[in-house]
Design a binder for this molecule. Structure first.
Ligand code: PBG
Length: 327
């Protein structure tokens, strides 16, 4: 049977018909809001390249997390801005570091809010790399105990999910073992399993003050043309004990999200990264696109590709963004 008998437009005629046959639904309940926490009180340092996002001191962080939670967002992921940086990133795994302080305050004020702790050293090292440097290289095995330490410190502070973003080999296993040894067997791990060496992280590096001071991250993050390698990374991380696996960035890697979703049976997260956010903000500010509609379309594309969880800087406004999409 063919046209004129078949007319796909019949089911697009009204908002009610479109809603009835809609294949992908997305609400704020699947979103995680990335936040930047800094020392001090009453501090709000706006991030120039990420309009609406700011480095917040713990008091203001709690306020903003409360708003996001009230809008239906179940959780946040924290990135810390340390008071001091050094060669081994020691504030990254200090018990009284800025992230453990923030985790405690959030759990205290908002016990139902899920708190994810991003585990990586790049915000805390003076050279800006994601591990310790030996002979000009990031030393994989020397970095593992530091990441494991950061994970246990976050767990002790009350984190629900530990999210290692460093891309060292074997870090999920090292973190799982350390958590279990310290009595945190119930704390989940979401590994940044397929994390690419991407130019889309540009604005984040301003936000987190984490740009590498020499070289780049291509010797540890994945090469963008590779997809089979992503499946291998994901399989390894699941074997090592990852409960959730992440693909990052999201938009230029929707095919990878789909392949991971089809091949594995654990929840898949995708990170709608800073560059993806800032491009929309900039084009909208220039009057070239409709910000809310584009944001909804992008978030839905990530969901349609197969992501169960989306980390996005739009999370705070998502209830509104997605409501408009539904009509
Ligand atoms: C730290 C980290 C990065 C991001 C999340 N964790 C930056 C990087 O790897 O350079 C990027 C997030 C974003 O761009 O929104 N390793």
């Amino acid at each position: 049977m063919d046209f004129p008998t078949i007319r796909p437009r019949r089911l697009r005629r009204s908002a009610s018909l479109r809603r009835m046959v809609r294949e992908t639904e997305l609400g704020p309940g699947r979103l995680i809001y990335p936040m930047f926490v800094t020392h001090g009180k009453g501090v709000r340092n706006e991030i120039r390249s990420m309009p609406g996002c700011a480095q917040l001191s713990v008091d203001l962080l709690v306020q903003e997390a409360r708003e996001a939670h009230a809008a239906g967002v179940p959780g946040v992921i924290l990135f810390g801005i340390p008071a001091r940086k050094d060669a081994t990133g020691s504030e990254g795994y200090a018990r009284d570091g800025i992230v453990p302080q923030a985790i405690r305050a959030l759990k205290d004020a908002l016990p139902d809010l899920l708190v994810w702790g991003d585990v990586c050293l790049c915000e805390y090292t003076d050279h800006g790399h994601c591990g310790v440097i030996r002979n000009g290289n990031v030393d994989n095995d020397a970095t593992l105990p530091l990441l494991a330490k950061a994970a246990t410190v976050y767990a002790e502070a009350g984190a629900d999910v530990i999210a290692p973003s460093d891309m060292m080999d074997g870090r999920v296993g090292a973190i799982r073992e350390a958590l279990d040894d310290e009595g945190f067997s119930e704390v989940a791990i979401c590994s940044y399993a397929a994390k690419y060496a991407s130019a889309f992280y540009g604005p984040f590096r301003e936000a987190a003050e984490s740009a590498p001071q020499f070289g780049d991250r291509r010797a540890y993050q994945m090469d963008p043309p590779n997809a089979l390698e992503a499946l291998r990374e994901v399989a390894l991380d699941i074997d090592e004990g990852a409960d959730i696996v992440m693909v990052k960035p999201a938009l230029a890697y929707l095919d990878v999200i789909r392949r991971v979703r089809d091949e594995f049976d654990v929840p898949v997260a995708a990170y709608n990264v800073s560059g993806e956010f800032s491009m929309i903000k900039a084009a909208a500010a220039a009057g070239w696109i409709d910000e809310k509609r584009v944001a909804a379309e992008v978030l839905l594309s990530i969901r349609r590709a197969g992501a169960d969880i989306i980390l996005t800087y739009f999370a705070k406004d998502a209830a509104e963004i997605l409501r408009e999409h539904r009509s």
